[in-house]
Design a protein around this ligand. Structure first.
Ligand SMILES: [Zn+2]
Length: 151
């Protein structure tokens, strides 16, 4: 099964994701920050699908193998509008998953990537906006160099 089919399989056809989340996703996709980031990471604009997995302990998921046209799943039910700052939370989730896609383009399988490292760099990017980009890219490439299975 292709990664894209897998993503669509877990997506329930009649499922209506939270409007607060889908409108944030649209806002992030249209925003200059994401465009800048995708360009810098040499990635296409991601395709984002809201899903409702049977059980979940994550807010987002990058579908491994899709780095040509990254597919990102968002578990919208995990975003509680009462608790989280929706805009920041949705954006940082998408950025986190894009870093997974980038590391994959560098030859590191999703399973071999370090969650804490990815989350930390996503936070740096989101907090620093465009400013932090070069520094974070250097850190990502350094990590790849140190963790490249082919090296
Ligand atoms: Zn992750």
């Amino acid at each position: 099964m292709t990664p894209l089919n897998e993503a669509i399989c877990i997506y329930e056809r009649n499922y209506r994701p939270r409007k607060e989340v889908t409108s944030e996703i649209q806002r992030v996709l249209r925003g200059g920050f994401l465009k800048h980031l995708c360009k810098g990471l040499h990635l296409c604009k991601p395709r984002i699908v809201c899903i409702k997995p049977p059980e979940s302990n994550c807010v987002g998921l990058y579908i491994g193998g899709t780095n040509d046209h990254p597919v990102i799943c968002i578990v919208d039910s995990e975003f509680d509008p009462e608790v989280v700052e929706m805009d920041r939370a949705v954006e940082s989730t998408i950025v986190h998953e894009l870093i997974h896609a980038y590391l994959e383009t560098c030859g590191i399988d999703s399973e071999d990537q370090d969650e804490e490292f990815v989350e930390d760099k996503a936070r740096m990017l989101c907090d620093g906006r465009g400013e932090a980009f070069k520094g974070v890219l250097t850190l990502l490439d350094k990590w790849v160099e140190e963790n490249d299975p082919e090296a």
